[in-house]
Design a protein around this ligand. Structure first.
Ligand code: PLP
Length: 436
């Protein structure tokens, strides 16, 4: 009992003190004097840091939910008969290719509707391994792959697989909101890097500044949601070097890998060596969001750990869904068409939005989005988004969803055909002028 009281007192005083990374060294040596490992010291240190930052900590876990509510209102207006231009979600308007739909139906008819392996069926893992090997000149095997419930579980399972409780995970903002949310949910600590429009969203120097011995994972996402930025090979190599110096993992979320409209992008698969995980999905390239199928590529042990997390949470991915994914993978023509379509729309978005003196926009490089800055004093992206929806019938995602520093940005998805897209942009320009 006395020991517990003593421990509580120590925890309270640590949580209130100003901890620096240098103090970690002291902690490690003190712990080792008592026969405890450095890893244990690091964990305790991280937990204390977590406690200090619990209130007003970094990351914006609720923003994804707020966007869902906003999208529900857009849908409600649509159902009430209003004309609504919906550009708020990261969901392609094209549906799964007929080849995938047919494969799913056929698989169900043939009885592929039982439990299956947690890491996915061998045929699909072998096909993914062979396509990626061919594309990037690698020698991947089926065991390098784990098929997951979308890119979402691929990210979740990877964080779980390569980090521990209290570990620090670098998240580069503006970012897909689920990164920080998942990191927190799993009891890890997001370390947020806020990249800037003026620096063309370059993260390298900022990573170098923020990385520490507590960093266990760096999450990259290029082509990027929401900025559309594609990082060049030199920058990715520089980040790999930093990660190697600190013994950190890199998770490269490449769900927009196919939507790349500039030269010079390389997958982490080609550049990374040990301690890298690539995440991909069938959601975007083939418009298969509701199928919930994606995958991780890593060393066999890490892929197996992701599969183990999946086994614990949901057993496995339905086999007929995996057979649909297999058909999609072989349907390169559909993928090519979808990628071309999004590229054309991104060019339209750029052209239309550039026409406003108040909207600053960069040429699109990749993904499905454009993330302009609105140069209006005191601009509030949520207030603007609601006004735009209710008054002009256009739904976009407020920049604040992707980090608190981006309240003067909007994310606009390239998910409408040319004519409605141009009309939506005209209304956005008009609404920005009126907001002044
Ligand atoms: C950057 C990023 N990663 C992962 C995902 C997850 O996609 P899914 O779970 O549908 O594969 C999304 C979806 O919007 C995303 O934008």
């Amino acid at each position: 009992m006395r020991e517990i009281a003593e421990l509580s007192k120590i925890c309270a005083s640590l949580a209130k003190s100003d901890l620096s990374v240098e103090m970690l060294d002291v902690m490690i040596s003190e712990f080792s004097r008592h026969g405890l490992s450095g890893d244990f010291a690091r964990k305790i240190f991280s937990l204390v840091l977590e406690e200090r930052g619990r209130y007003g900590g970094e990351g914006t876990p609720e923003s994804g939910l707020k966007l869902r509510e906003f999208a529900s209102r857009a849908l409600e207006l649509q159902r009430m008969g209003r004309e609504v231009y919906r550009l708020e979600l990261g969901e392609p308007d094209f549906t799964a290719p007929p080849s995938a739909v047919e494969a799913a139906c056929k698989a169900i008819r043939e009885g592929y509707s039982k439990y299956g392996p947690a890491n996915g069926i061998k045929e699909l893992r072998a096909a993914i391994a062979s396509k990626l090997s061919e594309r990037f000149g690698l020698d991947l095997k089926p065991d390098n792959i784990a098929v997951t419930a979308g890119g979402t579980f691929a990210v979740y399972g990877s964080i779980e697989a390569v980090t521990g409780l209290g570990d620090e995970v670098i998240v580069i903002e503006p970012a897909w909101p689920l990164y920080a949310h998942q990191v927190r949910w799993l009891g890890r600590r997001p370390k947020i890097i806020k990249t800037r429009f003026e620096d063309n969203w370059d993260p390298v120097n900022m990573i170098q500044e923020k990385v520490s011995r507590l960093t266990k994972l760096i999450i990259l996402n290029y082509p990027n949601n929401p900025t559309g930025r594609v990082l060049d090979e030199r920058s990715i190599r520089a980040i790999i070097e930093i990660a190697e110096d600190y013994g950190a993992w890199i998770l490269s979320d490449e769900v927009y890998m196919d939507f790349c409209y500039r030269d010079g992008f390389e997958s982490i698969l080609k550049l990374g060596t040990e301690r890298t995980i690539m995440v991909n999905s069938f959601s975007k390239t083939w418009g298969m969001t509701g199928f919930r199928v994606g995958y991780v590529v890593s060393d066999p042990e890490t892929a197996a750990r992701v599969a183990r997390a999946q086994n614990t949470a949901i057993t496995c991915i339905p086999e007929f869904v995996q057979r649909a994914a297999l058909a999609a993978l072989n349907d390169e023509e559909s993928a090519r068409r979808n990628v071309e379509l999004i590229g054309m729309r991104l060019r339209i978005l750029y052209e239309e939005l550039s026409r406003s003196r108040l909207i600053e926009v960069r040429p699109p490089e990749g993904a499905m989005y454009i993330f302009p800055r609105i140069n209006v004093e005191g601009f509030d992206s949520w207030r603007f988004a609601w006004k735009l929806l209710e008054e002009k019938g256009v739904a976009i995602a407020p920049g604040a969803c992707f980090g608190q520093s981006y309240n003067n940005h909007l994310r606009i998805s390239a998910v409408l055909d040319e004519k409605p897209l141009r009309e939506a942009c005209r209304r956005i320009r008009e609404a920005v002028e009126e907001y002044c």
